[in-house]
Ligand binder design. Sequence first.
Ligand SMILES: [Zn+2]
Length: 143
Amino acid sequence: MEEQLYILEYEKLQDFMLGGKADFVIVNKNNEHRINYIIKKFPYNDNKFKVSYKSHIKIDIGYIVLESQNIISFQSIDFKHLAILSKERAETFKGLFNFVFVRNMIPNNVSVCYTGRCSICGRKLTDPEYIRIGIGKKCLEEM
Ligand SMILES: [Zn+2]
C-alpha cells in the first residue's frame, strides 16, 4: 500500500525545504507524474544542502547554497557526470526552486506533497494546522 501524501501549502514551503530533512513529492497535475526529492542539510554547515531524487535508489543532483540572508542558489552537479534522467530531474528541480525561492509561489501545474513528517525533526505530524505546512509546532517555535 502506498503511504498517504499530504499537500503542502506555500506559506512555509521555503522553511520546509530548508528544514534539514525535507522529503517531498512533486506531482504534475496534467499527467500525474511524480518525482520524489530529498533535501538534506550538510552536517556542521547550516548554509549548504544536498538535493537528491529517489527512485529505486537515491541519486544526488545538486546543492542549495545560502550565501546570505537573501541570496540562495541551486547548483546542479556537473551535467557531464549526470545520466539523462538525472539531468531532467535536476532541471525540473531547478524550475521548482526558482518558483519557490525567487518568485515566491508554487507553479500552477504541480502540487508539492509529503508523507506528513516534520521536515526539521522527522517526526510524524498529527495536528492538521501543522500538517499543511510540514513543520511541527515545537520546531516552528524554535526557528
Ligand atoms: Zn519537528
